[in-house]
Write a protein that binds this ligand. Structure first.
Ligand code: C2E
Ligand code: MG
Ligand code: MG
Ligand code: MG
Length: 284
């Protein structure tokens, strides 16, 4: 059953992939209505420690379960939500839902970190830290188990508000990661100054890690840089065994990708987290 529903999700996603096709649904009022009707949901993709093979956390990925169109992927509505500003309440809902889930994992005896994607709009709001404080307080989640994902472009526009927000959430004990690392224009000085915890190497480098020398060299360099700055290196988009082996050989710390687990229900993550190792192949 899980397999066939996975395939269906995939099919609906493929149909909904075209932003144009759902643009008429993703108006400000359409997204507002979807939020009020509870049509958004969060799926969780496991993140695996490459030394131990243990699940250490999960990335929260929002979907829109539209009553007629089925599952709509974030790429088809997040950009529109960003333009209209609706990303702020949607992002807050994802944050609250993710904190609630992570707190539930904690109560079940599982120390799993939940990683939540932030939009530039959210990072530019003077009340971001208040929103995070409220989500943590209402869920009872220990801030150490919340991670916020930013992108390089969000740090380039380093206004006073953005810098203050980053300082405030860090002061709470929340972890920070740089998503899609290597695709934007990084100000490397900021990576150190902002007390970032993790670099998530973009999927485009991981996808051809085993076949493209440039991708392999860039990945190796980012892992080395992360380690010399005392940061955790995370690989996103691991789809095959060869790539997993190569990342372990390069001493990458954490991996995420379809090979290890597709985004899915919190229950699946919980089940995986109870396993002694999730590696599909024995350690090298
Ligand atoms: P992202 O944060 O870089 O998330 C990773 C994306 O890669 C996810 O796509 C995930 O399903 C996909 N992925 C993971 N492993 C693999 C793999 O092995 N192969 C391939 N081909 N893809 C893989 P998804 O869920 O469609 O999300 C796309 C983007 O939408 C995310 O990219 C993120 O930028 C954005 N997004 C998702 N949820 C939220 C949210 O709650 N708030 C905001 N602001 N953005 C979100
Ligand atoms: Mg992300
Ligand atoms: Mg990413
Ligand atoms: Mg990416």
């Amino acid at each position: 059953h899980a397999k066939s529903s996975g395939r269906n999700t995939h099919r609906f996603f493929a149909e909904a992939m075209n932003v144009e096709a759902v643009a008429h649904l993703s108006t400000r009022s359409g997204l507002r209505r979807a939020l009020e009707r509870g049509e958004f949901l969060v799926q969780y993709q496991p993140q695996v420690n490459l030394d131990s093979g243990l699940v250490i956390g999960a990335e929260a990925l929002v979907r829109w379960n539209h009553p007629e169109r089925g599952m709509i992927p974030p790429g088809a509505f997040i950009p529109i939500a960003e333009d209209s500003g609706l990303i702020v309440p949607i992002g807050e809902w994802v944050l609250r839902e993710s904190c609630r889930q992570a707190a539930q994992w904690q109560s079940a005896g599982l120390s799993l970190t939940v990683a939540v994607n932030l939009s530039a709009r959210q990072l530019q709001r003077p009340d971001l830290a208040d929103t995070v404080v409220a989500a943590l307080a209402d869920s009872g989640l220990d801030p150490l188990f919340l991670e916020l994902e930013l992108t390089e472009s969000m740090l380039i526009e380093n206004t006073d508000i953005v810098l203050a927000n980053i300082r405030k959430v860090k002061a709470l004990g929340v972890q920070l990661s740089i998503d899609d690392f290597g695709t934007g224009y990084s100000n490397l000085a900021y990576i150190g100054q902002l007390a970032v915890d993790k670099l998530k190497i973009d999927r485009s480098f991981i996808a051809d890690l085993c076949s493209n020398h440039d991708s392999a060299r860039i990945t190796a360099a980012v892992i080395q840089m992360a380690h010399s700055l005392n940061l955790t290196a995370v690989a996103e988009g691991v789809e095959d065994h060869g790539t997993l082996d190569q990342l372990r050989h390069l001493r990458c710390d954490v991996a995420q990708g379809y090979l290890l687990g597709r985004p899915g229900s919190a229950d699946v993550v919980e089940r995986m987290a109870r396993q002694t190792s999730v590696f599909p192949v024995p350690a090298i």
